[in-house]
Design a binder for this molecule. Structure first.
Ligand code: ZN
Length: 244
């Protein structure tokens, strides 16, 4: 069985290179799951596909470029006439932070309006749970603690797609990637040290500790984009599709 991964948004928080914020669509038999839904995800989703085809969203951590697009997604789907449920999975504070974002952006809509479809949240953790037709677990990684950072492991049709979210190097990141068919990794910088993100150079130094069969780089910042020709690992752009 083939699992298809389309990178709708491959950029960082600053949309360097004009790239959209994080949004990765995983599809397979009976599966339609979005990994992260950053602030600019909705236009990216509409550019490459149909929001109504997404059954669930798995959020790696609570930074706006990873979950800030959800209120817009929900608003759009309500007015588009969606009736199918939408499930959003993520860190412990997901529900509270999502409600706060909704109230900050559209208090006239969220609350007064009865949504046309069931919207629910589920907490992701080390124990895999069903989400969007896949099973998903979330393992802690090192990033900004207040964002409750996790890497995700998604199992579809026997294939494991691992995703770093935003993370600096740690043994925990190797646990996220372990034995995955595909490891999607943060590459915010090329060689610049960053307390919150792994650089490409640092990833290469630890490559032997990453047990994934295939590694692909996303969340590309300006420094990484300036060195694309030097990358020995695959990288993606908005719209890139990978099959495993
Ligand atoms: Zn982040």
């Amino acid at each position: 069985m083939t699992v298809r991964i389309q990178f709708l948004g491959s950029g960082n928080a600053f949309s360097d290179g004009g790239r959209a914020n994080a949004a990765i669509h995983v599809t397979g038999p009976g599966v339609s799951l979005l990994l992260d839904c950053g602030g600019s995800a909705l236009p990216a989703i509409k550019k490459h596909g149909d929001p109504s085809a997404i059954d669930a969203i798995a959020v790696s951590h609570l930074h706006g470029d990873h979950f800030g697009g959800i209120p817009f997604f929900v608003l759009e789907q309500h007015f588009a006439g969606r009736t199918r449920p939408l499930v959003v999975g993520g860190p412990p504070s997901l529900e509270r932070r999502l409600r706060a974002a909704e109230q900050a952006l559209y208090p006239d809509f969220f609350g007064p309006t009865k949504l046309g479809f069931p919207l629910s949240t589920v907490m992701l953790g080390a124990a895999a749970v069903p989400l969007g037709g896949a099973t998903v677990s979330a393992l802690p990684v090192r990033h900004v603690a207040l964002s409750e950072p996790h890497g995700l492991r998604v199992t579809v049709a026997g294939k494991v797609v691992a995703y770093s979210g935003d993370a600096r190097w740690s043994a925990e990141l190797a646990d996220v990637a372990r034995d995955a068919d595909l490891f999607i990794c943060d590459a915010s910088s090329f060689q610049r040290e960053d307390p919150a993100h792994i650089s490409y150079r640092e990833l290469m130094r630890h490559r032997a500790e990453i047990g994934a069969k295939r590694i692909v780089l996303t969340h590309l910042g300006a420094e990484t984009i300036a060195h694309l020709a030097e990358l020995e690992l695959e990288h993606v752009a908005d719209g890139t599709t990978i099959e495993v």
